[in-house]
Design a protein around this ligand. Structure first.
Ligand SMILES: Cc1ncc(COP(=O)(O)O)c(C=O)c1O
Length: 395
């Protein structure tokens, strides 16, 4: 008999699996090119050339026992953490050292590590809807309580008045994700400053430490020159979770890192606990070959222009059909208003045209659907006549 806590998680996973299987089923009937699967955030732009070169160079030139061995520290190779810290300092005028960096198994691994490090059962973790649905499971893994701030569907910037109200003595952490999955919105500097001021105020009021966790796997995927504020500069108690899954198109390689600055409350304890959490959660250390690869690719860039063309074409195309949605400034998602209140019904209707969408309720924002446009440009172009037919059912 599986654990009680797992029962719900399994039920939710089946919904995602069902969507994946539906894509395969439709492809087997209609042909892959006639199925418009916008359900998965799996990058379709190949990793930059530097990545393959780095793999080959490391495998050819370096000592296999080191490349494939356990790392001495569960936080990762010293020289890799040093290189990551140096690169961040150059980009964001910070002053991190290797001590502030813990290499992780992607952003998902990093979030689980930091939550294991700081959460006691019953501690509250505040998130802003719409948010990446996996946060529910990550917080529940450590018996934390997820507290949702409802969505501001005008701008999809966080609702700060409600945020202030929802912070309690039990609030241990706040997770922000910008550029955001599922909306593509980048939280403005003004928003971040106000959020930081509220957090300072509440730490004082309650005499507690509230950690701001910046989950930012999409930092590099931004358009029109938009700036994504680096949050450690606005609020001392900030921990950053980064990943190369999207920025270098390496989601299966499972590599990322946490930044735990010295300014964070009890930083030394948090850093060493995060390293232990990495070990005892069973990650042991982030994949060693991948650590070495990313250290050689810190300046490599994915072809953002490919996603940008998809973004423009899909956004303009959907608008022309009558759909409404905020224009994303980052990531590779469009969050479209469902023309009917029950967005699951709309997703079902879209399936008749071989269009696969994810309901907004998966992101705690019903009434909307998410489209992942990290697909081929042809898929975007060929889907538009189908969206037109779908739109005719409503407008
Ligand atoms: C907002 C957000 N956080 C974390 C993750 C997990 O990413 P990773 O592959 O680095 O574990 C994702 C993946 O889609 C995501 O969208």
């Amino acid at each position: 008999m599986i654990a009680e806590k797992m029962k719900n998680l399994v039920a939710n996973s089946s919904a995602i699996r069902a969507m994946f299987e539906e894509g395969n089923r439709l492809a087997s009937i209609y042909g892959k090119e006639n199925v418009f699967d916008f359900s998965l955030g799996n990058p379709n732009v190949p990793a930059p050339k530097e990545v393959k070169d780095a793999f080959l160079e490391i495998l050819n030139d370096e000592e296999p026992l080191i490349v494939h061995g356990y790392t001495n520290s569960n936080a990762g190779y010293e020289e890799v953490r040093k290189a990551v810290a140096k690169s961040l300092n150059e980009r964001f005028q910070t002053s991190f050292t290797s001590e502030n960096i813990v290499m992780t198994v992607g952003a998902a691994g990093g979030l689980n590590v930091i939550l294991k490090t700081i959460i006691n059962p019953g501690d509250e973790v505040v998130v802003f809807a719409p948010y990446f649905g996996e946060y529910r499971s990550y917080v529940s893994n450590f018996d934390g309580v997820l507290v949702e701030v409802s969505p501001n569907t005008e701008t999809f910037q966080p609702k700060l008045d409600e945020f202030r109200e929802k912070i309690t003595k039990k609030t241990k952490a706040v997770i922000v994700n910008t550029p955001n999955n599922p909306t593509g919105v980048v939280y403005s500097e003004e928003t971040i400053k106000k959020m930081a001021a509220i957090l300072e105020e509440k730490q004082k009021e309650f005499g507690t430490d509230i950690y701001l966790i910046s989950d930012e796997p999409y930092r590099e995927l931004v358009y029109d020159g938009v700036e994504v504020p680096y949050l450690t500069k606005y609020y001392a108690n900030t921990i950053v979770g980064y990943s190369y899954s999207k920025s270098l198109s390496l989601p299966g390689e499972r590599i990322g890192y946490l930044v735990i600055p010295n300014e964070v409350a009890d930083s030394e304890e948090v850093i060493s606990a995060a390293s232990v959490a990495n070990r005892i959660l069973g990650f042991v250390n982030a994949p060693t070959l991948q650590q070495k690869v990313i250290a050689k690719c810190l300046n490599a860039k994915t072809d953002v222009s490919y996603y940008d063309r998809n973004r423009e074409t899909l956004y303009e195309g959907l608008k022309a059909c009558g759909f409404s949605c905020i224009k994303p400034e980052g990531a590779f998602y469009l969050f479209v208003k469902s023309p009917v209140a029950d967005e699951k019904e709309f997703c079902q209707a879209a399936k008749k045209y071989n269009i696969l969408l994810v309901p907004g309720s998966s992101f705690a924002c019903p009434g909307y659907v998410r489209l992942a446009y990290c697909v081929s440009y042809e898929t975007i172009v060929n889907s538009l006549p189908k969206f037109k037919e779908l739109a005719k059912e409503y407008f």
